[in-house]
Design a binder for this molecule. Structure first.
Ligand SMILES: NC(=O)c1ccc[n+]([C@@H]2O[C@H](COP(=O)([O-])OP(=O)(O)OC[C@H]3O[C@@H](n4cnc5c(N)ncnc54)[C@H](OP(=O)(O)O)[C@@H]3O)[C@@H](O)[C@H]2O)c1
Length: 255
């Protein structure tokens, strides 16, 4: 039995649930009663680990694989979702990456498109796949993953990523207006610097030390702290929150 029945009877799709924020979010929904669709791309072992943690917490679900950085991969994922017999009540558009740091003048259309497709277009396409069911049932919860980079332009070599996240924030607000009449709540979280694989891959210790020094709470964030805000946004406790981009950054940027 899960520790809580808060999301009992609901199905939650968490993209990018093989590590970091997505893995903690999958475990959080599973331990609160949701059936969790644990999506991953390259890290099957990470997805299996998140899945076994959510099973240990009394939850259930299944794994789904797809590369969301190109249209063919997204098409295949949308087909997988269509073939599932279960309606999706909660969508967490979490899969995302910087892919690689590249200065503006060195950006190619190929890299630009991969970054935009993974971080923005895939969120739009997956939402389009689940929204008709939510509209029919007059209930649904969507949380998109933006970033502090959406507000500050990102660090060096992250212009494409920051732009994609700004688009995610804007899309969140537009979706929130369009789908509110159907009982669907759409929000986003905007993490600051979270201590997980993302920055182990893309940032140096020197960069992270500078972030800590500039953060009023004096540390990096934890993935689980983002998962808590995501589950809150999908709960009844957040019943009047719509179209908001919730900053989770230790005070590094106050808006
Ligand atoms: N960490 C931060 O400081 C931070 C700050 C602001 C926003 N965010 C956002 O938070 C979200 C989660 O990131 P995280 O911090 O948890 O980083 P993470 O640990 O690196 O997780 C990224 C997730 O995205 C998936 N992913 C990456 N490339 C993919 C692709 N081509 N197709 C499908 N899935 C792919 C990964 O799956 P595989 O490993 O299985 O490929 C992984 O599950 C992202 O949208 C990120 O942009 C993170």
């Amino acid at each position: 039995m899960p520790a809580s029945t808060e999301f009992q009877g609901m199905t939650a799709l968490v993209t990018g649930a093989s590590s970091g924020i997505g893995a903690e979010t999958a475990v959080a929904f599973g331990s609160r009663g949701a059936y969790v669709l644990v999506h991953y791309n390259a890290s099957r072992a990470g997805a299996e680990d998140a899945f076994s943690r959510l099973r240990e917490a009394g939850g259930d679900g299944e794994l789904l694989a797809a590369d969301l950085s190109n249209e063919a991969g997204i098409d295949g994922f949308v087909r997988q979702l269509g073939a599932l017999a279960r309606p999706i009540d909660i969508l967490i558009n979490n899969a995302g990456s910087l892919i690689e740091r590249r200065k503006f003048l060195e950006l190619t259309p190929e890299l630009w498109n991969r970054v935009i497709t993974l971080n923005w277009t895939s969120a739009m396409r997956i939402a389009q796949a689940v929204l008709p069911g939510m509209i029919e049932r007059k209930r649904g919860f969507i949380v998109n993953l933006s970033s502090i980079a959406a507000r500050n332009g990102g660090g060096i070599g992250a212009v494409a990523y920051a732009s994609s996240k700004a688009a995610v924030s804007c899309m969140t607000k537009g979706m929130a207006k369009e789908f509110a009449p159907y009982g669907i709540r759409v929000n986003a979280i905007s993490p600051g610097t979270i201590d997980n694989n993302f920055h182990r891959k893309f940032s140096t210790k020197q960069m992270l030390d500078a972030v800590v020094a500039a953060t009023p709470l004096g540390r990096l964030g934890e993935s689980v702290e983002c998962a808590e805000v995501i589950t809150f946004l999908c709960s009844e406790r957040a019943s009047f929150i719509q179209g908001q981009i919730i900053e989770v950054n230790g005070g590094m940027l106050m808006v």
